[in-house]
Design a protein around this ligand. Structure first.
Ligand code: 4AD
Ligand code: MG
Length: 445
């Protein structure tokens, strides 16, 4: 029997074509009820949020002893279910035990509440829970939706290297890479990428609209719900784009992601999200609120809250400020025109002598999910800015070279994929948005 002879649970649960037909299905047992005379299994094969009920009369001894987590292959007929909680069920004529659970007492994924913190300790089992299985499917759909949106806008996907010697953010949070034998490999010291922006800018200056989307690494020692050492970042880069163009693409991308998540994974989203669908659709259909950094600071100063009002112009906005600001506007918020002093060297000045053409997108309960800017496209201005930031222009030959031949205005941003997913799926931490989260301290799983 091959995988092609098996129907998927999602099809059996959703498609009327299977009703009263003989079916074969394979999956993992979520729970067992009844006894050998009349046995009920809740089954999942990873394709659907709801379990598929399997009913068997006169089960064999081996089948009657099935436990949660076992893998089975079922043959039977799909029938309308008289019971509550499901519309269809499989009346099984044969159940083959394919993978029994060797030690049922210690199999951790039991049908009882399991905390997210516990589940993080067993990443190899985690996706077998209804919730984390749903997260994995939304993750997939989200990735497809982001790519689909950019594809429709004419962006070319340009995977940029993971092994690199550039420090795109100048943040000093890189992982250095060595070889097992301790011998130099590339000659120069090499790091895991913290951002594909520099390579994406080069490719943008040839292809016009590009994006890089891949694993990104930061040696973040802070343990917060927003930080991973390994995460995925989506970085579009657009020739000729203004700050408004940039905001338009970021907003459109996030709104498209909301719509697609609900359209393609309605049962997963309904299970995961504490925010009602109507609110999501409202956010997807209305422009995000916007304010400048200066307006944001003024608002914080007038908050009347000790923890928030002490911010002064020129300070970075902390996660507490971001959370307060999004709460005030009741949805996603785009903050623009940050002070030059708190932003990266490559951002183009606004012309007021103080701020840069930058934007951050802040999400309810999460704060920053994306950040970007118009890029300084003038080689001399960029070199001067590097020097002012105590950077050595000689370390960035290609980046400066691009500004010396056919340089055009351009802009781009980086979007943290796990943060976007954590927001959409109502997760407590980005650690639950990554299937194998990496954070400092311990490489679990
Ligand atoms: O704001 P960041 O550091 O921007 C850049 O790296 C730019 N080079 C992007 C660009 O313009 N092409 O990172 C962008 C986004 C953040 O807004 C955040 O959502 C996410 O990446 N991010 C992280 N997500 C999880 N864990 C971390 N440690 C993250 N650091 C950044
Ligand atoms: Mg940022």
């Amino acid at each position: 029997m091959s995988m092609h002879t098996l129907a998927r649970c999602a099809s059996l649960l959703e498609s009327p074509a299977f009703l009263d037909q003989p079916v074969q299905v394979g999956g993992w047992v979520l729970s067992v009820r009844g006894g050998p005379k009349l046995l009920f299994l809740a089954l999942t094969d990873g394709s659907a949020t709801a379990p598929l009920q399997v009913v068997m009369r006169e089960a064999s001894v081996e089948v009657a002893k099935l436990t949660t987590g076992a893998a089975v292959r079922v043959e039977g007929v799909l029938r309308a279910s008289p019971g509550r909680g499901q519309t269809v069920e499989v009346h099984a004529s044969h159940i083959e035990v394919v993978g029994r659970v060797h030690d049922p007492e210690h199999y951790p994924i039991q049908p009882k509440p399991l905390t997210d913190a516990f589940l993080r300790t067993v990443p190899h089992w985690r996706a077998r829970t209804q919730r984390m299985g749903a997260v994995a499917r939304v993750r997939h759909t989200l990735m497809e939706s982001l790519r689909g949106y950019l594809d429709a806008q004419g962006f070319v996907w340009v995977p940029t290297p993971i092994l690199t010697d550039s420090d795109a953010e100048g943040a000093g949070a890189r992982f250095s890479v060595g070889t097992e034998d301790g011998e130099a490999f590339f000659g120069d010291e090499v790091f895991l990428t913290v951002s594909g922006q520099m390579e994406a800018e080069a490719l943008c200056m040839a292809l016009g609209r590009v994006y890089t989307f891949g694993p990104t690494f930061r040696a973040e020692r802070s343990h917060t719900r927003r930080h991973l050492a390994e995460f995925w970042m989506l970085e579009p880069e657009m020739a000729w784009a203004t700050l408004d163009d940039l905001i338009g693409v970021t907003e459109g991308l996030i709104q498209h992601a909301i719509r697609e998540s609900w359209a393609k994974r309605p049962s997963e989203m309904a299970l995961l999200s504490a925010v009602p669908e109507a609110t999501w659709l409202h956010w997807a259909e209305h422009p995000f609120a916007r304010m400048t950094y200066t307006e944001a600071v003024t608002a914080c100063q007038g908050s009347g809250d000790d923890a928030i009002d002490r911010v002064v112009w020129g300070d970075d906005l902390s996660s507490v400020h971001e959370a307060w600001l999004v709460e005030q506007v009741g949805g996603p918020l785009v903050v623009t025109h940050y002070p030059q002093g708190i932003k990266a060297f490559y951002m183009k000045p606004s012309g007021d002598g103080k701020t840069v053409l930058a934007m951050d997108v802040l999400l309810p309960e999460w704060g920053e999910v994306a950040g970007g800017s118009v890029r300084e496209e003038d080689s001399e201005a960029l070199e001067a800015r590097m020097r002012a930031c105590e950077m050595d222009p000689a370390l960035y030959p290609a980046y400066l070279d691009l500004r010396r031949a056919g340089s055009v205005p351009h802009a781009g941003f980086g979007l943290g994929f796990e943060r976007l997913l954590a927001w959409l799926a109502g997760l407590e931490s980005v650690k639950d948005a990554s299937l194998y989260p990496r954070v400092s301290g311990k490489l679990a799983g």
